[in-house]
Write a protein of this length. Structure first.
Length: 146
C-alpha cells in the first residue's frame, strides 16, 4: 500500500499549511473585493460629465456673450469719446473768444493810457504857461447862498 502520510489531515504540519493557505486566500479575496469596490465608490461619487459637444457649445455661448459685452462697452466708450470731443471743441472756442476779448480790452487800455499821458502833459504845460503870467492867487471859490 502506498504511503499516505503526506495526505493525512490529522497531522499538525498539514493543518498549519492549510490554515496558511486559507488565510492567504481570504486576504486575496478581500483585496480583490476592495479593488472592485474602490473604483465603484469613486465612480458613483464623481459628478456626471457632460458630453464634449455640450462643453464646447457652452464655451462657445460664453465666448459669444463676452464678445457681445465687449462690443457694447466699446460702443459706450465711443459715445463718451464723441461727447468729450464736442465739449473740448466748445471749450476751445470759448477760450479763443475770451483771448480775443482780452486782447481787445488790453489794446483799449493801452490807447486810453496814451491819451491820459497826453492829457497830463497838456495840463502840465498849460499850468507852466499860466503860472508866470499870473502872480495873483487864484480867486477863492464863491460862497453859496442859501
Amino acid at each position: 500500500m502506498p504511503d499516505t502520510s503526506d495526505f493525512d489531515v490529522t497531522t499538525p504540519r498539514g493543518a498549519a499549511t492549510r490554515r496558511g493557505n486559507l488565510v492567504a486566500a481570504l486576504l486575496l479575496g478581500l483585496l480583490l473585493v476592495g479593488g472592485f469596490i474602490a473604483p465603484w465608490v469613486a465612480y458613483r461619487s464623481a459628478p456626471p460629465q457632460q458630453p464634449r459637444a455640450d462643453v464646447a457649445a457652452n464655451a462657445s455661448n460664453e465666448t459669444a456673450q463676452v464678445i457681445k459685452d465687449l462690443r457694447t462697452a466699446i460702443k459706450g466708450i465711443k459715445t463718451t469719446d464723441d461727447k468729450v470731443a464736442g465739449q473740448l471743441q466748445s471749450v476751445q472756442q470759448t477760450l479763443a473768444s475770451n483771448q480775443a476779448e482780452t486782447k481787445r480790452l488790453a489794446d483799449q487800455v493801452t490807447a486810453l493810457s496814451g491819451k491820459f499821458d497826453a492829457l497830463q502833459q497838456s495840463f502840465a504845460s498849460a499850468q507852466r504857461q499860466s503860472s508866470p503870467a499870473s502872480s495873483e492867487p487864484p480867486p477863492a471859490p464863491a460862497k453859496r447862498r442859501r
